[in-house]
Design a protein around this ligand. Structure first.
Ligand code: AMP
Length: 282
């Protein structure tokens, strides 16, 4: 596996692969790999000839006061794991290599970025879309794999790809969880011991809300109230940022759950902000 730090070098290599008819796959990440990242790599590996994994803690998707500086990093371990999971290239650019000092072009999908995580992180998805678009230009993938854990991100990227006719197939990979149900996240290291004990209940609560919807409670307000009350009881110390029930594709709020919907939550703990979601089908 090759470690590439310069955007132009990655682009040249990928253009070369492309001209030889290689099918390139891309898995964008911010590193500090866990089983979630690794299963995205395994998934993508099966869909391509050349696997590019990017490791970039993208400054433009962090807001003021967020954890850009303290975001957990371990490049050496990440490189070893990426290689074990079939990466041909680990792309590790410097922020200054990705953004010129006068960088001024942004990709936005404002309608889908205003709710859920976008409400408390107003420029987050602008940073995500811009960096993902740049990675597409550099790595020229035919397929890219994203996790369903960041459902809003996945839905927005699908829309961006459709709207801009980007020739890449987007695959959503199911959420990888700990045995106790907690969704894996690099930020779980921020949890205190007690928070770590309670955090799996987020999944428990969402699952029981989905069961409730299936057995006839389809009013979104009723379901959200149920989730709020259950989280207060089962995840003490957790403060909901949002609890929403949305259309899985458009992310618009739904009032009544018909056929498919997505329950999505973000919960502030003392240092961590955990997101999770659960698909409802009635
Ligand atoms: P991150 O490094 O947190 O930006 O995540 C990189 C990619 O891994 C994104 O597409 C995430 O949605 C995905 N991902 C992160 N955690 C999980 C998880 N627990 N299960 C599945 N995918 C995940």
């Amino acid at each position: 596996m090759k470690i590439i730090r310069h955007p132009r070098e990655l682009q040249q290599l990928c253009m070369d692969w492309e001209s030889k008819g290689r099918r390139i796959g891309l898995v964008p990440t911010m590193g500090y790999f866990h089983e979630g990242h690794l299963s995205l790599m395994d998934d993508c590996r099966k869909r391509c000839d050349k696997l590019v994994v990017s490791l970039f803690v993208n400054p433009t998707q962090f807001g003021p006061g967020e954890d850009l500086e303290t975001y957990p990093r371990d490049e050496e371990r990440d490189a070893r794991l990426a290689e074990e999971h079939g990466a041909d290239v680990l792309f590790v650019p410097e922020p200054g290599g990705m953004y010129d000092p006068d960088h001024g072009t942004w990709i936005q999908v404002p309608e889908m970025a205003k709710g859920l995580c976008g409400a408390s992180r107003p420029d987050h998805f602008r940073g995500v879309c811009t960096v993902v678009c740049k990675l597409f230009m550099l790595a020229r993938p035919k397929v890219a794999v994203f996790g369903q854990k960041d459902w809003q991100q996945l839905a927005i990227i699908r829309r961006m790809v459709r709207d801009l006719n980007i020739p890449v197939e987007i695959t959503g990979h199911p959420i990888v969880r700990e045995a106790d149900g907690l969704a894996l996240s690099s930020r779980n290291v921020y949890l205190t011991e007690e928070e770590r004990r309670n955090a799996p209940n987020i999944h428990v609560v969402l699952r029981s809300a989905a069961e409730k919807a299936k057995s006839g409670t389809t009013n979104a307000e009723t379901l959200k109230r149920f989730i709020r009350d259950e989280l207060a009881a089962k995840v003490p110390g957790g403060r909901p940022d949002y609890i929403e029930i949305v259309d899985p594709e458009t992310l618009a709020n739904v009032n009544e759950v018909r056929q498919k919907a997505l329950i999505a939550v973000a919960i502030f703990m003392s240092r961590a902000r955990l997101i999770d979601n659960f698909s409802i089908e009635v």
